[in-house]
Design a binder for this molecule. Structure first.
Ligand SMILES: [Zn+2]
Ligand SMILES: [Zn+2]
Length: 466
């Protein structure tokens, strides 16, 4: 998941919240877009303080094991759809706890089920994958692992923090099993492969996630980010952006650089396209609606005196709603086709290898979760109402939401507040997710994740919360 920092930063503390509300009121685009109803945190219907005390007591006892698990996974990261060792370790952990585990769901995914009487089914999801990059944190348990990505050997690093997520996922399972008297229903803990390519959730669904097992009534997940440890953000409504990768090849006719009349120049086509496609953003999309089209790669040609026969472009598209998402994809396609036609070239090849829609947090469920978490953690919780825009990051957790599972996806702070203050004092940017220096502090991050996810399950399945 990319650039969570912005969305998490949007959600810090009451002072910043009120400043943001003011900014929203002063920004007509945002104000006009406020059609979704926005609620407020709803007071919990169970004893959150007592529940948290039980969660914490168990966590403190189990932590040495969770830390060892975290460090092992951190030191042995695996790329998307190659998470064989990681999945096997998590499967073994969950079997030891008494879950019934099925492996190889959506290639390397796992599904762990625990039934505790009649009741609802709760999905709790972690990602399994790491990123193709070299770790530079200098941690004693830093990764030196390498794997093959796109046919090339690369270092692998858990620089998005999915290793923290796996530890809190196991910790949440431990907490819920230790508190079986406090809830009933079915736990569906899933380890999802390949989130970073936004394709693992689709793979699990295509492999029968909601047909071979019951479709969950509620879903929960969380992401660690570069905010102070202890903080939790709860966003109503749109949380992330939709992400679409579009690959375009313009087919021209190669010729000598001195004989352009013998060519159809794909570089000229590509250049027209790069500039014209921004009209989709500036002229076709409503000004107050979020949407981005970025051409991130443009490759063509080899030397000065050859006009090549093709140009390859790779784009990322971001949006917050389905209508805008379609508008961007249609606009990009139309522009590419028109540019080729204008040049008298064959139609371009347009591929859409990956995409995911925005994660929509269920408003009612987010309001309830915010109330529970505020009762547990007080001012460390930031509640971000639906009318505030979501972040520009993307996440394929949206696949589960769109399959009909009302969900809340939380943000959990992972950085040492003293370190953050030092960075601020020195005017240096803080390492964010996907930075080779991103290094969340394990114990408080994992603990807050366990508390948050466990309280969320107790909220919807608790015997005391009817
Ligand atoms: Zn990521
Ligand atoms: Zn991530």
């Amino acid at each position: 998941m990319l650039h969570r920092k912005r969305s998490l930063q949007l959600a810090k503390g009451p002072m910043i919240k009120s400043a943001l509300l003011l900014a929203a009121a002063l920004t007509p685009g945002i104000a006009l877009a406020q059609t979704a109803p926005s609620g407020a945190p709803i007071a919990p219907t169970f004893d959150v303080t007592a529940a948290r005390a039980r969660i914490d007591a168990g966590f403190d006892k189990n932590y040495p094991h969770l830390e060892a698990l975290y460090q092992d996974i951190h030191a042995h990261p695996e790329l998307g759809f190659q998470e064989n060792r990681t999945a096997a370790i998590l499967a073994s952990e969950m079997r030891k706890l008494g879950f019934t585990v099925t492996e190889h769901v959506g290639k390397t995914g796992i599904v762990a089920i625990y039934r505790n009487g009649e009741g609802r089914t709760m999905l709790i999801r972690t990602e399994l994958d790491a990123l193709p990059m070299e770790e530079k944190t200098g941690l004693p348990y830093a990764s030196h692992a390498q794997q093959t990505s796109d046919g090339r050997l690369t270092y692998v690093d858990h620089s998005c923090g999915h290793d923290i997520h796996m530890a809190w996922w196991v910790g949440t399972a431990e907490a819920l099993l230790a508190m079986k008297d406090q809830w009933h229903g079915t736990l569906m803990f899933i380890g999802q492969p390949s989130e970073e390519t936004v394709s693992g959730a689709k793979a699990m669904l295509a492999d029968g996630l909601f047909t071979r097992w019951p479709k969950p009534d509620y879903g929960f997940a969380a992401h660690v980010g570069p905010d102070p440890t202890g903080t939790v953000s709860v966003k109503e409504g749109t949380l992330t952006s939709a992400s679409d990768q579009i690959d375009i090849t313009f087919h021209g006719r190669g010729a000598h650089g001195a004989m352009p009349d013998k060519s159809i120049d794909p570089i000229v086509m590509g250049a027209h396209f790069v500039s014209d496609v921004q009209s989709v953003i500036s002229r076709a999309k409503a000004p107050g609606t979020f949407g981005v089209v970025t051409v991130g790669a443009f490759q063509a040609g080899t030397v000065d005196n050859i006009i090549p026969d093709h140009a390859d472009l790779k784009l990322t598209l971001r949006s917050h709603d389905d209508d805008t998402r379609k508008l961007l994809i249609d606009g990009v396609t139309r522009t590419a086709v028109a540019v080729a036609e204008m040049a008298g070239a064959p139609a371009p090849t347009i591929d859409h290898p990956a995409g995911a829609s925005a994660v929509q947090n269920d408003i009612g469920l987010a309001d309830r979760a915010a109330g529970v978490l505020e009762a547990a953690f007080g001012k460390d919780v930031s509640f971000v109402p639906a009318f505030m825009p979501g972040g520009s990051a993307s996440e394929d957790f949206s696949e589960f939401v769109n399959a009909g599972v009302p969900s809340v996806y939380f943000g959990i702070g992972g950085d040492d507040p003293t370190m953050l203050a030092q960075y601020k004092a020195q005017g240096k940017p803080v390492p964010v997710n996907h930075s080779p220096y991103f290094a969340p502090v394990p114990e408080p991050s994992i603990k807050r994740g366990v508390e948050t996810l466990t309280l969320a399950v107790l909220m919807v399945a608790g015997t005391a919360s009817k």
